[in-house]
Design a protein around this ligand. Structure first.
Ligand SMILES: NC(=O)c1ccc[n+]([C@@H]2O[C@H](COP(=O)([O-])OP(=O)(O)OC[C@H]3O[C@@H](n4cnc5c(N)ncnc54)[C@H](OP(=O)(O)O)[C@@H]3O)[C@@H](O)[C@H]2O)c1
Length: 321
């Protein structure tokens, strides 16, 4: 049985073993904010999560061009509950120095309306800035009190080790690495990322834990998501066909646990891997349903069957994107 409260890395941040992603909150381009869901849905998604005991919210400066951070900042300060906010620095090609990181932190602080960011992450490792430059800038920001904990995202095992070492020399720990991880994207188990996180005491935060909605079981050949998502490899016919047995297994297993949905089973499997999943939710119904992944446990035998059935998705391949 996995702990009820999860510590993020070696920090003093403790959260439920499930968070929520907020890329959807204000993003029109990929998620279609404004078409089918709007600000009222975002507000009720927030409150449903808080009421379910979920306090870890993941955003980024690029989500909805800052709108997600602004929504989250306003909502987080409207509750007495201590909300843990994680946001991210986008190392865009024209951002070349530590000064760019400090400016981005100040802008995020302003949009979030806080004095300090709980967890500040580097969104991806592809940048002309090297890892020491990135990490030293974050250590300086932590020393200045602008960020509480430091995380990275999409870092491979070697990059993680280097980031951890640089921070260690500054007397700071690396708290988390956020990577794509789900039953249909299991590369972190075989590419060294999960092992390195465990070895160094870094929390693995699992993004796209529902394979962008596919693991809810609602999409099929003739029921496709709107927008850019439908053109990604995971929503192509060939992939939908091979995913069908996985969805049937999730339905089967869920029915043995009081009619848990495929999404709840998929999230419970991740929680049992001792990682922190952050499913995105567009509205209260999705947030409530995802919170139903908490408070029960898959059996060892069910976990083993899920492991075996989804073994082909351990291979890093285009279907995970
Ligand atoms: N660090 C990175 O590079 C990175 C990359 C991607 C994501 N992220 C973070 O991870 C979070 C989650 O990943 P994600 O948003 O890509 O994918 P996800 O969590 O796998 O899927 C989210 C989508 O699935 C659908 N959904 C969620 N719960 C549902 C439910 N209970 N019933 C039915 N449909 C449901 C919704 O879309 P529809 O209703 O439209 O189907 C929702 O927008 C993001 O919000 C973001 O914070 C980080």
């Amino acid at each position: 049985m996995v702990e009820v409260v999860k510590q993020i890395g070696q920090t003093d941040l403790h959260v439920a073993p499930l968070g929520i992603g907020t890329w959807q909150w204000g993003d029109t381009q990929f998620w279609g904010y404004g078409k089918g869901y709007d600000v009222d849905d975002v507000i009720t998604a927030f409150w449903s999560s808080i009421n379910a005991g979920i306090t870890f919210f993941d955003t980024a400066e690029v989500y909805g061009s800052g709108r997600s951070e602004r929504f989250l900042g306003k909502l987080a300060c409207s509750t007495e509950t201590k909300v843990v906010v994680a946001t991210k620095f986008a190392p865009l090609p024209w951002r070349l120095s530590a000064q760019d990181i400090h400016r981005a932190i100040d802008a995020s602080l302003q949009r979030l309306g806080v004095q300090q960011i709980d967890l500040y992450q580097i969104h991806w490792p592809f940048t002309l800035m090297n890892i020491p430059t990135l990490m030293n800038a974050l250590a300086d920001a932590a020393a200045a009190g602008k960020i509480h904990a430091i995380g990275v995202s999409n870092f491979n095992a070697a990059q993680l080790k280097q980031a951890h070492e640089v921070l260690n020399r500054c007397g700071v720990t690396l708290a988390s690495n956020q990577v794509q991880y789900s039953l249909l994207a299991r590369a972190p188990e075989v590419n060294g990322v999960r092992d390195t996180c465990r070895e160094l005491g870094i929390t693995l935060i699992a993004y796209s834990p529902l394979a962008m909605g596919l693991l809810t079981g609602k999409y099929k050949m003739n029921v496709m998501p709107s927008g850019a998502r439908r053109y990604t490899p995971r929503f192509q016919t060939k992939h939908l066909e091979v995913v069908e047995p996985v969805l049937n297994l999730l339905r089967d297993i869920g029915s043995g646990h009081g009619n848990k949905t495929p999404a709840q089973v998929a999230l419970n499997w991740l929680i049992q891997q001792d990682v922190l999943p952050i499913p995105g939710a567009k509205n209260a119904r999705q947030a409530q349903q995802n919170a139903g992944a908490l408070g029960w446990t898959l059996t060892e035998a069910e976990i083993q069957t899920l492991d075996e059935t989804t073994a082909p998705w351990q291979r890093p391949s285009s279907v995970s994107r």
